[in-house]
Design a protein around this ligand. Structure first.
Ligand code: AMP
Ligand code: ZN
Ligand code: FE
Ligand code: FE
Length: 286
């Protein structure tokens, strides 16, 4: 928590990617959670922006339009938050379109592997769960497994069946992290490294990679995130300080799909002001 009266949560997901609520629902949830500012950051898409912006003005919450950009750094999957980029800029939009395409093929291949391994799941089961999502992810496969009674909930599906370390995992094509930072900057966005120390999900990058990203234009590290221990937060805060990077905090809310609670980590208003200063789109204010 930041010692401030303004409550800012800069990382959430809607049904445009793998959250369970529609973009309007996420905004209403943010309002109900007492947030003043919320960022919608669906994986590899901006398709939820218009609906969220409309609802934000109605509900009285400020909205930061963003995207969680998938990237790869030496084989390690990394997530980069892009804030306030121009969605019409083709540099980043083309990168995201390629990733979405690869995500869909990859999810289908994971289903093939699961089926070959004796898990009774079909691609149609996943499509039923993905609904209006334009970025298909493992959480949609998890939802299909829950629906089929194979596992009790999303988290259980990730323990073995969908684990990045498991036998059914398939990766997807994504830009290198440096290229992703450059594409975000070229689109007038502000790039922030999401959960850089989340080693519970898979491998994480070494500090020299973060240094390289800082040189390419990275603005901040998402230090306050539930996947970071207190010790990791201290370490990342010191790293950010040494590299002249800002620090953000957020919930990574996925609706009913994950235990993450809106507002469980917050971002300092001074940091948001610096992000808005650097971005090419305004924060949508009611
Ligand atoms: P993907 O991008 O398709 O590889 O899926 C990764 C997404 O799955 C993450 O962004 C999270 O939203 C979700 N996820 C990762 N680990 C877990 C977990 N243990 N339980 C629930 N959801 C998870
Ligand atoms: Zn997600
Ligand atoms: Fe992420
Ligand atoms: Fe996320």
């Amino acid at each position: 928590m930041t010692p401030s009266d303004v409550r800012i949560d800069l990382h959430t997901h809607s049904s445009a990617s793998d959250g369970t609520g529609t973009p309007s629902q996420v905004v209403r949830d943010a309002r109900a959670a007492g947030l003043d500012v919320v960022a919608l950051t669906d994986h590899d898409t901006t398709s939820g922006w218009a609906e969220a912006a409309h609802e934000a003005q109605r509900a009285g919450v400020a909205l930061v339009r963003g995207t969680e950009v998938s990237a790869l750094a030496g084989g390690v999957s990394v997530h980069l938050l892009s804030y306030l980029q121009d969605p019409a800029s083709s540099v980043l939009a083309d990168v995201l379109a390629r990733t979405r395409d690869s995500r869909e093929h990859r999810a289908e291949r994971m289903v093939d592997r699961l089926a070959a391994g004796g898990v009774p799941i079909t691609w149609a089961d996943v499509l039923l769960q993905a609904k209006d999502a334009v970025a298909v992810g493992r959480p949609h496969i998890a939802d299909a497994l829950v629906e089929l009674g194979v596992v009790p909930d999303r988290s259980a599906a990730f323990v073995d069946l969908l684990s990045a370390r498991g036998p059914y995992y398939v990766g997807y094509a994504a830009p290198t992290a440096v290229d992703a930072v450059r594409a975000v900057v070229a689109a007038g966005g502000v790039p922030v490294f999401a959960h850089p120390g989340a080693d519970g999900r898979g491998r994480v990058v070494a500090d020299d990679v973060i240094e390289e990203l800082a040189d390419a234009g990275l603005a901040a590290l998402e230090v306050d995130h539930r996947d970071h221990s207190p010790a990791q937060r201290d370490r990342l805060r010191a790293l950010a300080d040494g590299l002249g990077l800002l620090v953000t905090g957020s919930s990574d809310y996925h609706g009913a799909g994950k235990p993450n609670v809106l507002g469980e980590n917050l971002t300092d208003p001074v940091v948001l002001a610096a992000i808005e200063e650097r971005g090419s789109m305004p924060v949508v204010r009611p």
